[in-house]
Write a protein that binds this ligand. Structure first.
Ligand code: PMV
Length: 316
């Protein structure tokens, strides 16, 4: 049997991170310049049921039974096996690689889960639909992040721009005018779970302060949606700037992110903000295509460790 491979893109949150955990909307888009890749190969000479996992990026090679059962890679395989309930499990090798930087707001963990779920289900001859892939990846996310909103697994599984509200049906976004974004990495890795938990502690201590910020973010996400769907997009930049200020109010930025955001604006970006859980990871800047290189150069000069330029293409 030939090897079965599946890719899953990275993602970035255009607007609405953190408040999305509290049932406000977020807008997220796939970032196809980076991806996770899972390949499943049959091992006809090995004992049935023996699953070998290789993840060279994290120096992992192990029999699945020897790994902790709450290991995210193990869990990603197990959710598929539970969903498919196959009569027999042939021995196979699962190899996972990813070009998505870890713990940097680009959806590395959800993309790895989505790629594994797709590759393993296809290997069993029963490829799963996008909604089921998203739901299974969400189950894995819960183990890693405690209380994820579900936005990461949804945008990655569907690989389309989405308007997302927790526990409501997913809405796909139409894009009236292509959007060019420069994504810059601070090089600081910040685990999502601890930042999300700090935001929760603040919310518990002073709910009215946090709730007011969440509501303000909700308003700007809804304004942004109209601009993305109908144009013009120039005002989207100032909504991103405002979102960054509200995220600072939630105490999830850091000096390095603030510096890159300010640098992007000085270099001519229409707007800029941190993206993802913050305290490190990536920031995003909305730019006119003609100045994408100039903004990227300025971000590198101001400390960015890597840059991705991505364009969200017009739909319809
Ligand atoms: O995993 P990250 O860093 O992209 O953060 C996800 C976005 C949060 O809103 C902070 C958390 C969530 O579950 O939505």
């Amino acid at each position: 049997m030939p090897a079965i491979g599946a890719y899953a893109p990275g993602k970035c949150i255009l607007l609405g991170e953190h408040s999305v955990v509290y049932h406000r909307p977020a807008i997220a888009i796939p970032v196809t310049q980076v991806h996770a890749h899972a390949v499943v190969t049959a091992r006809p000479t090995a004992k049935p049921g023996e699953i070998l996992i290789q993840a060279p990026d994290i120096d992992l090679q192990a029999d699945m039974d020897d790994l902790p059962q709450d290991h995210p890679l193990v869990h990603a395989v197990q959710v598929v096996l539970k969903e498919l309930a196959p009569i027999q499990i042939p021995a196979f090798l699962l190899r996972i690689t990813s070009t998505i930087p870890i713990a940097s707001g680009l959806g590395s963990s959800a993309a790895v889960s989505v790629a594994i779920i797709r590759a393993v289900s296809t290997f069993f001859g029963r490829p799963l639909t996008d909604p089921i892939v998203s739901e299974l990846a969400f189950q894995v996310e819960k183990i890693q992040h405690g209380d994820p909103s579900g936005v990461d697994n949804a945008v990655i599984a569907f690989s389309r721009p989405i308007y997302y509200v927790r526990n409501l049906p997913l809405e796909h976004l139409e894009v009236a005018i292509p959007l060019t974004l420069v994504i810059a990495n601070t090089g600081i890795s910040a685990p999502t779970a601890s930042v999300v938990s700090d935001v929760r502690n603040q919310w518990q201590k002073n709910p009215s302060h946090s709730e007011a910020i969440f509501d303000a973010i909700k308003n700007l996400v809804n304004k942004a949606r109209l601009l993305i769907e109908n144009g013009p997009i120039d005002d989207l930049g100032s909504l991103m700037d405002a979102n960054h200020e509200y995220l600072r109010g939630l105490n999830v930025s850091c000096p390095e992110l603030d510096h890159l955001v300010a640098s992007a604006r000085s270099a001519g970006a229409l707007g800029a903000k941190l993206s993802g859980s913050g305290r490190g990871g990536n920031m995003i800047a909305l730019v006119k295509p003609a100045i994408a290189e100039q903004v990227s150069q300025s971000l590198i000069e101001n400390g960015a460790k890597s840059i991705i330029i991505t364009t969200l293409e017009q739909t319809g």
